[in-house]
Design a protein around this ligand. Structure first.
Ligand SMILES: C[S@@+](CC[C@H](N)C(=O)[O-])C[C@H]1O[C@@H](n2cnc3c(N)ncnc32)[C@H](O)[C@@H]1O
Length: 209
């Protein structure tokens, strides 16, 4: 099924792809470093990883070397094209995939990682259903997402919104945890990293039976 371009905001992400690496690597380097250091224990040389909504590879660059196979995917063909040019490693496979309608078979991945994306999807419910389907039994979902707890820089958010950025879910951390837990995932770690103008809630979950 083709992505609904109006609802999904895909045109914004396609337009942003060219500048995304420069913007994110400069502004959020410390956040990505901290995040990837803390979650790196979930990857090893036997791990098959599916990364959804990879952008231009901010997590891919830091973590792909730790896994056996790293599928770096995004629904924006432009994002995937930049990622492909950045990573020519033999264990990294870049492809266009809509997180809400994946083309992978059931139960193939040890880890699915989706960073900073569930809140900007109109229907994250569908993505969680797909993630559940493609994870092996006892597989891990790692899902860091920006949340609206404590101080929120409204000015920065309104500037982004003027540029076309859309947030469909302004969860607080507890609401986000609840949302994921109600969809057959058992939370094993949840913590906040404060390095952006929004706090990031890092959830690590196991697929429940
Ligand atoms: C804020 S960026 C995050 C990129 C990267 N994960 C990071 O942390 O920097 C959000 C990404 O989600 C992607 N995205 C949004 N909806 C998607 C969907 N339904 N399926 C796959 N990717 C999607 C966008 O194209 C964009 O690259």
């Amino acid at each position: 099924m083709p992505v609904n371009s109006v609802n999904s905001n895909i045109s914004f992400w396609n337009k942003t792809a060219k500048i995304y690496t420069v913007l994110q690597e400069n502004k959020n380097r410390i956040l990505y470093d901290k995040l990837c250091n803390r979650i790196s224990k979930y990857f090893n040389k036997n791990t098959k990883v599916l990364e959804l909504a990879c952008g231009t590879g901010q997590l891919t660059s830091r973590l792909c070397g730790k896994a056996m196979l790293w599928e770096a995917t995004d629904f924006s063909a432009k994002m995937v094209s930049v990622t492909k040019k950045r990573f020519r490693k033999s264990n990294v496979n870049c492809r266009v995939e809509d997180a809400t309608n994946l083309t992978y078979d059931n139960s193939v991945f040890d880890v699915v990682i989706i960073a900073n994306a569930l809140h900007i999807m109109p229907d994250p419910d569908k993505a969680l259903r797909e993630i559940y389907r493609v994870l092996k039994p006892n597989g891990f979902l790692i899902a860091p997402t920006f949340v609206y707890d404590g101080y929120v820089n409204k000015f920065k958010i309104s500037m982004l919104e003027r540029a076309g950025f859309k947030t469909f879910h302004k969860w607080k951390a507890a609401e986000y945890e609840n949302f994921v837990e109600q969809r057959n995932f058992h939370i094993i770690e949840s913590y906040i990293i404060r390095e952006n103008f929004l706090p990031e809630c890092v959830l690590v979950c196991k697929k429940s039976k």
